[in-house]
Ligand binder design. Structure first.
Ligand code: GTP
Ligand code: MN
Ligand code: MN
Length: 616
């Protein structure tokens, strides 16, 4: 496949002042309609130029939303603290407003589209008063892709504009192409829901107690209200690239997944591409940039959160990362755990939200360094010392950084056709039951593994933390339609294509614990040993043994050379405990029953076969 090396380079071709009128009639009509409803003080079309970034960020500093970091430490970078109530995705306020309720399925909130539109139209009425309404033309994936995936976000938040500029390809070049080709686009409307009356002073982080994150799947449209937080407000990311795109993928025969993409090169120079789906705050960004601890193996990054996968002309599954930046969990990111993320943010051009601010104009969070600085300003703006009772940074605090700054970004990132995936990993955070690595027998079994994926909840969404829940393909909060239909779509992907060309599927768990609560597996860089095992399984170089739940490494198959883990501990990490699995069966059964007729029969067959093998 010819690599297309075209890179995205925002260039100003004309001034997009508030008087700008788009030649794209549908776009201009929508902008006019939203402006008439939300009644902003002014309109700004986003060009994506460096000058515009300076203007915007200066305004954010002026408004008290941003604090500029020290130029010598984090050039062109900003510290930002959200309202303490607006720190994560709000799953209970997220809706799939399909025409038919059944199309939202049992895992999504639903409301009739007309009812939701009526309700939200009242909320949007005048919601941008006293604010600037920004129009952000963007494309998810490459501008020169065979299927450019356009969107336009309208927002009244300059924080959202700055973040979207990092996270997606935005601006004049995109608008030019939308206008020149008359392309359709996903309209994505966002308001923080905090209008300003004349003379009313603004707050650093305007938001509303009333929040709605709404997808209209048939119309390919997004409405978001009340939150400024990334996953709720940067509408190109979860709302478009997962919820809306998953529906497009269902209709058009491709997959939009919550997956990292990495390139793994062996000492002999053989290249493999791996995609991995782990729930939020379960290790995607870490694995995407992992520094292998095994001699001669290298990892390069293609994506850390979202993969769009289409079957190529050769029958293989090709993945692209639709994003342009990294929106990574800050706490736990340090030189010991993710040095490449540290190198990426060290170059600056970043926004840090809800981390701590150091006295010398840099940022810090738990896990960045072993010792905390003697004094910090915490994410709530208070004095903080190592004696403080609360954490300095919110557990879901984030860095927002251009992916181009990642020192191990694979050159294939610039290929609009993506990379052929050799293996898909599913994984979650489970203290018990799930072994370090299990291989699926075939695609259907792999789909069963994905469909039954479970994980303990994290701070990435509001709600209780540490509760085991099913998170199918790590997509529970992101499937834009009925999850039973989604499983059928996964099954049909292999049925409608040549399964022998499809990736092998594995289930991993870095988070299994011993009796004392410690991790059985050291994780992070050592996860490269599992990647090596996966590659060697694909190449038929190492053996696996059959167990009731799938194939696990034969003795000696996992490279443990130089690994500081006792044989006993390793055995526990790899063990298939039949009793633990028997206890899992009723939970899986209950989970599958949720989907009624929509659950593909082959998944019941998989469950029955698993039950039978456990009883044998
Ligand atoms: P989202 O960006 O929210 O989708 O999450 P993510 O999957 O990218 O999560 P991320 O890589 O940021 O990991 C978040 C947490 O997992 C951090 O607290 C890490 O320290 C922890 N983590 C990542 N990899 C490992 C590992 O191999 N072992 C252990 N024990 N913890 C890990
Ligand atoms: Mn994510
Ligand atoms: Mn991440």
């Amino acid at each position: 496949m010819a690599a297309d090396t075209t890179t995205y380079d925002p260039v100003t071709t004309s001034d997009l002042s508030s008087a700008y009128r788009s030649t794209h009639a549908e776009l201009q009509a929508w902008v006019d309609e939203v402006a008439a409803l939300t009644k902003p003080a002014s309109i700004t079309w986003i060009e994506g130029t460096p000058e515009e970034w300076v203007r915007l960020t200066d305004e954010l500093v002026e408004a008290g939303t941003f604090v500029r970091l020290d130029e010598t430490k984090k050039p062109n970078s900003f510290w930002c603290a959200s309202d303490p109530t607006d720190v994560a995705r709000v799953e209970d306020r997220t809706f799939i407003c399909s025409v038919d309720e059944t199309d939202a399925g049992p895992t999504n909130n639903w409301m009739a589209p007309a009812e939701m539109k009526k309700l939200m139209t009242e909320l949007y009425d005048g919601s941008m008063r006293g604010r600037t309404m920004y129009v952000i033309p963007f494309v998810m994936g490459h501008l020169d892709s065979a299927h450019p995936m356009f969107g336009v976000e309208i927002t009244d938040s300059a924080y959202v504009v700055a973040s979207m500029t990092v996270m997606a390809r935005v601006g004049r070049q995109v608008l030019d192409k939308i206008e020149a080709t008359g392309a359709s686009f996903v309209p994505a409307l966002h308001s923080v829901g905090a209008p300003l009356e004349p003379g009313q002073a603004d707050v650093p982080w305007p938001c509303s107690d009333t929040k709605y994150i709404v997808q209209f799947p048939e119309e390919r449209m997004i409405w978001s209200f009340g939150s400024g937080y990334g996953g709720n407000a940067l509408l190109g990311k979860k709302c478009y690239s997962l919820r809306i795109a998953s529906v497009m993928g269902r209709d058009e025969g491709w997959l939009a997944e919550h997956m990292l993409i990495l390139k793994l090169t062996s000492p002999e120079g053989d290249v493999k591409y791996v995609a991995a789906a782990f729930p939020s705050a379960c290790g995607k960004t870490n694995l995407a940039m992992v520094e292998p601890t095994i001699e001669g193996w290298t990892v390069e990054t293609l994506g850390d959160d979202i993969a769009w996968m289409r079957v190529g002309a050769d029958g293989r599954l090709y993945a692209v990362n639709p994003e342009f930046g990294l929106f990574g969990v800050a706490p736990g990111t340090g030189w010991d755990t993710n040095a490449n993320a540290m190198r990426t943010i060290a170059q600056g051009n970043s926004v840090f939200t809800n981390v701590a601010l150091t006295d010398d104009g840099d940022i810090w969070w738990e896990g960045m360094t072993e010792d905390a600085p003697a004094h910090l300003t915490d994410w709530k703006g208070r004095d903080w010392t190592p004696e403080s009772e609360e954490l300095s940074s919110h557990p879901n605090s984030r860095f927002c950084t251009p992916i181009r700054q990642c020192p191990i970004l694979a050159p294939e990132y610039d290929d609009p056709n993506g990379v052929p995936i050799d293996a898909i990993l599913f994984g979650g955070r489970r203290k018990t039951t799930i072994p370090l690595v299990t291989e699926a027998r075939d695609w259907t079994h792999g789909t069963f593994m994905g469909a039954t994926l479970s994980s303990e909840t994290t701070a990435a969404a509001t709600g209780a933390v540490g509760v085991v829940r099913r998170d199918p393909m790590a997509m529970l909060p992101f499937i834009g339609y009925d999850a039973g239909d989604y499983f059928s779509h996964w099954i049909s992907m292999a049925k409608n294509n040549d399964e022998s060309k499809f990736p092998k599927v594995f289930y991993v768990n870095w988070f299994r614990r011993d009796e004392d609560g410690g991790f059985l597996w050291p994780g992070f860089g050592e996860n490269s040993r599992v990647l090596k095992y996966v590659v060697e399984r694909i190449e038929g170089k190492v053996d696996a043994v059959e167990t009731p739940i799938g194939l696990v490494p034969a003795a000696g198959a996992l490279d443990t050379d130089g690994l500081d883990v006792s044989d006993e501990q390793l055995a526990k990490a790899l063990a298939v405990d039949v009793d633990e699995w028997k206890a899992e069966i009723p939970q899986i059964n209950e989970w599958f029953e949720k989907f009624g007729d929509k659950l593909p029969a082959v998944l019941w067959t998989e469950l029955d076969a698993l039950k039978a093998r456990l009883e044998a």
